[in-house]
Design a protein around this ligand. Structure first.
Ligand SMILES: C[S@@+](CC[C@H](N)C(=O)[O-])C[C@H]1O[C@@H](n2cnc3c(N)ncnc32)[C@H](O)[C@@H]1O
Length: 377
C-alpha cells in the first residue's frame, strides 16, 4: 500500500511548494522584465500529479499559476513578456503524468503565448544527462531553473547538481529528506548514504553531526566547498515534527538569485529567515505582522566586520552571506549612526549624507564602484 502522503499534500509539503512558488514569482518577474532573457527553461524532474486527493496543489500547478500571473501582470502593463517559457514536467509514473495533463487542461492555467508545455515520464537518471547536455548548448539569453523533489535521496547525486549548474545560467532547488539521512548516518549508515556523501567528500573527511541541524549545515558546507566561490548555496529548513528536519537546498551562481531567495525565506519566516516549523505560530500569516526579525547575532557579526573599513558593496555581500537582508543591515547602520558610532565616508573623504548607505542590489549590480566606506568608532 502506498504511503498516505503520496495521495495527499500535507502541510510540510505545502510549505515546500510555497517557497518554490514565492521564489518563482520573483524569478519570473525578473526574467519577464529584462530584454536580456529570451527563453527560460523550467524543469520539474519529479513532478507528481499536480493536484492531490485532498485538493492540495503540487509543484506543477504552483509554477503554472505563477507563470500565468506573471503573464497577466505583463499584459496589464501593456508590455509583451519579453521571454518565453519552456516547461517540462517529468515523473517516472506515467499514470501521474496523465493525471497531471488532465489537471492542467481542466484548470485552464496555461496559455500558448506563455510558451511551451512538455511532459515526460522518464527515470530521473535518464533525463538528467539529457538536460545537462541541453544546458551545455544554451544560447545567450537563455536561462533555466530545475526543481528536484524526490521521495528519498537514493536517486540523486550531488555531481548531477554540479553538472546542472556548470553553465552558470541555471538555478537548482533540491529537496532532501535530511532527517532520514541523519538518522541513518548516526546508526548503521546504509550504502546509499555512503554513496551520496562520497560523491561530495571522501568518506573519512565527512564530519560527525551531533544533531539533524548539524547534518544540514555539514551538507551545506560540503556543497559550498565543492562548488567554490562562484556559487551560492542556501538552505530552507522544514521541521515536520519536533527534531525532524528536512531541507530545501538552493543553488545559484547569481548573487541576485541568492538575494531573492533570502527575501523569500524571510517572507515565510519573518523571525529568523531560516525555515518553517510544524504547528508554529510563524506559519500563520496574521501572527507574522508583529514578528520582528531577529538580528542581534547579525549585529554582532556586522560590528566585527566593521573593525576594518568596508565599502557598501562589501556590506551587501556580507549581509547576504550572513543570511540577512539589506534592510536589516541598513537598520543597524541607522541605529549606529544615531548613536554616533558609525563613520561613513565618501570616496573623496567627505562624510556621507545621513542614512545614505547604498547597501542593495541596485547599487551592487553592473560592477558599480563603491560609494561609501564604513567603519565603527
Ligand atoms: C515527492 S514526490 C513529488 C511531489 C511534487 N514535487 C509535488 O509538489 O507534488 C516524488 C515523485 O517522484 C516520482 N518518482 C519516483 N522515482 C522517480 C524517478 N526515478 N524518476 C522520476 N520520477 C520519480 C514519484 O512518482 C513521485 O510522483
Amino acid at each position: 500500500m502506498k504511503n498516505k502522503s503520496q495521495h495527499n499534500l500535507y502541510e510540510h509539503s505545502e510549505v515546500k511548494v510555497k517557497l518554490l512558488g514565492k521564489y518563482l514569482q520573483k524569478y519570473f518577474n525578473i526574467m519577464s522584465n529584462t530584454p536580456y532573457v529570451t527563453m527560460v527553461h523550467y524543469y520539474d524532474m519529479f513532478s507528481g500529479p499536480g493536484i492531490y486527493d485532498n485538493a492540495g496543489e503540487g509543484s506543477p500547478m504552483i509554477i503554472l499559476r505563477e507563470l500565468k500571473e506573471a503573464h497577466f501582470r505583463a499584459k496589464a502593463r501593456k508590455i509583451d513578456m519579453s521571454s518565453k517559457y519552456n516547461c517540462v514536467f517529468n515523473d517516472i509514473c506515467s499514470e501521474k503524468i496523465s493525471v497531471l495533463k488532465e489537471n492542467v487542461v481542466a484548470s485552464k492555467v496555461h496559455y500558448s503565448q506563455i510558451g511551451t508545455l512538455n511532459y515526460s515520464n522518464k527515470d530521473y537518471k535518464e533525463l538528467c544527462p539529457e538536460i545537462i547536455e541541453n544546458f551545455s548548448k544554451l544560447a545567450k539569453g537563455e536561462k533555466a531553473f530545475v526543481f528536484i523533489d524526490p521521495y528519498g535521496y537514493k536517486d540523486v547525486r550531488f555531481s548531477e547538481i554540479k553538472d546542472l549548474l556548470r553553465n552558470k545560467n541555471s538555478e537548482v532547488l533540491l529537496f532532501l529528506p535530511t532527517h532520514f539521512m541523519f538518522r541513518f548516518s548516526e546508526s548503521g549508515t546504509p550504502e546509499s548514504l555512503h554513496d551520496f556523501i562520497e560523491d561530495i567528500v571522501p568518506r573519512d573527511q565527512w564530519p560527525k553531526s551531533k544533531t539533524g541541524l548539524d547534518f544540514v549545515q555539514n551538507l551545506k558546507n560540503a556543497f559550498q566547498a565543492q562548488l567554490g566561490e562562484d556559487f551560492f548555496v542556501d538552505t530552507f529548513i522544514i521541521s515536520r515534527d519536533k527534531n525532524q528536519f528536512f531541507c530545501l537546498f538552493f543553488f545559484t551562481s547569481h548573487i541576485y538569485g541568492f538575494d531573492r531567495m533570502l527575501d523569500t525565506k524571510w517572507e515565510i519566516d519573518s523571525e529568523d529567515g531560516r525555515g518553517w516549523k510544524y504547528n508554529a505560530a510563524t506559519f500563520d500569516l496574521f501572527s507574522q505582522s508583529n514578528v520582528q526579525p531577529n538580528t542581534s547575532k547579525f549585529e554582532r557579526y556586522l560590528g566585527d566586520f566593521l573593525n576594518q573599513i568596508r565599502s557598501n558593496q562589501e556590506l551587501y555581500v556580507f549581509t547576504l552571506k550572513s543570511g540577512h537582508l539589506p534592510i536589516h543591515c541598513t537598520q543597524i547602520l541607522k541605529k549606529w549612526q544615531k548613536d554616533k558610532k558609525l563613520v561613513a565616508t565618501l570616496l573623496n573623504g567627505e562624510p556621507a549624507r545621513k542614512s545614505a548607505f547604498y547597501v542593495s542590489w541596485d547599487h551592487f549590480k553592473n560592477n558599480q564602484v563603491a560609494k561609501v566606506y564604513f567603519s565603527l568608532k
